[in-house]
Design a protein around this ligand. Structure first.
Ligand code: NAD
Length: 339
């Protein structure tokens, strides 16, 4: 089967999901949906992606700009197997997707309650198998699950305390702050802990979050109480065998998120993206049953491979999560522990 994938919203996440879909052997982009002819619409057309307007009213704007569209979102949904909704949170398309009887994936800005099924490919693939509506959890939640779930699976975790130092805005975004301030989320736990629990309900996790004036990445400082005492090497072995993680260290010259982003560019990643969560190997510290570490999250891209696996699970194209992840990662050039 070649899955025909519609992408509604062609911004930060949408354009990356479209590229990742077009790299997969078993998927193709049925169309991407925009409301107005921004530069991203021109790039989509240049890439040969079928371009659709969100509504009939939006079509004139494209025509006036000399950028013809194939039709509207409504029409695209009739010609696709699944839609990946990459519009801003609460855009409100659920009713339309249900009316069109099309399977739909949303992103982490939405609440768990929208779909009742929150997704990360390692722990939740089976649950999403054949499902009609799934939410891929946010970038921060994905980052925490990527390192904590393998520890739960291989060692056992009593509880987690994570402090999230969050980028204020994405690099393209000139509207958001903070500008010269550090802004704590005063509600503790921040929403991230409960969000991790939407995928890992048995995990005891508390999170705090602070926004800082940077755009590159998020950084997490994580403390984990393990169920037994293990060595640092045991921890590194678990993560080494787990999907979508990479190690960085000061010896490589990587002391901040700036060098991690430079590394991704030097690895020739599309847009300089880093789909893997970067764990600082030097920071991994074990005292008795306590584990401490830092990890960095590329907010614009870590959720993209998860969307691809969600498509495969929901359309029942592959029943083994490890095989789906391997296919996704091979196509996207993600560093793999599989072989
Ligand atoms: P974005 O603003 O970069 O892109 C949204 C796109 O949707 C834009 O092209 C916009 O023009 C379009 N759009 C807006 N309203 C629309 C509508 N009603 N119909 C059709 N298109 C519409 O947003 P984003 O950062 O890609 O976020 C999308 C989702 O992904 C949100 O749920 C967000 O929380 C989540 N997410 C974002 C990030 C991140 O770091 N940017 C990371 C993980 C998850």
């Amino acid at each position: 089967m070649t899955a025909r994938v519609a992408i509604n919203g062609y911004g930060t996440i949408g354009k990356r999901v479209a590229e990742a879909v077009s790299l997969q052997e078993d998927m193709e982009v049925a169309g991407v949906v925009k409301r107005s002819p921004t530069f991203e619409a021109y790039i989509a057309a240049d890439l040969g992606l079928p371009l659709y307007a969100a509504t009939k009213e939006n079509i004139k704007g494209f025509e006036d700009a000399g950028l013809p569209v194939e039709g509207t979102l409504d029409e695209l949904l009739d010609d696709a197997d699944i839609v990946v909704d990459c519009t801003p949170k609460k855009s409100g398309y659920k009713e339309l997707y249900q009316k069109k009887k099309i399977k739909a994936i949303w992103q982490g800005g939405e609440k768990h309650e929208l779909t009742g099924l929150s997704f990360n490919a390692y722990p939740a693939y089976e649950k999403a198998y054949g499902a009609d509506m799934v939410r891929v959890v946010s970038c921060n939640t994905t980052g925490l699950i990527r390192t904590v779930y393998p520890l739960m699976k291989e060692i056992g975790v009593k509880n987690v305390l994570a402090t999230l130092i969050r980028r204020a805005a994405d690099p393209w975004d000139s509207k958001k702050g903070p500008i010269n301030a550090i802004e704590p989320v005063l509600k503790i736990p921040s929403h991230h802990g409960p969000d991790v629990q939407s995928v890992l309900p048995s995990l005891d996790i508390q999170t705090t979050a602070v926004a800082v004036p940077t755009t590159l990445m998020h950084l997490h400082s994580v403390a984990v109480k393990l169920e037994k005492e293990v060595s640092k090497d045991d921890i590194l072995d678990v993560w080494d065998a787990s999907p979508r993680l990479i190690f960085v260290d000061a010896g490589m010259g990587i002391r901040s998120t700036a060098q991690i982003m430079e590394l991704a560019k030097d690895m020739d990643r599309s847009r300089g993206d880093l789909y893997e969560i970067a764990v600082w190997e030097d920071s991994v510290h074990v005292v008795g049953d306590m584990l401490y570490y830092y990890q960095a999250i590329h907010q614009e891209s870590d959720v993209v491979p998860e969307n691809i696996d969600a498509i495969r699970a929901m359309l029942q194209m592959e029943d083994d999560n490890m095989k789906s992840m391997e296919m996704t990662d091979r196509a996207m050039g993600i560093i793999m522990p599989y072989e």
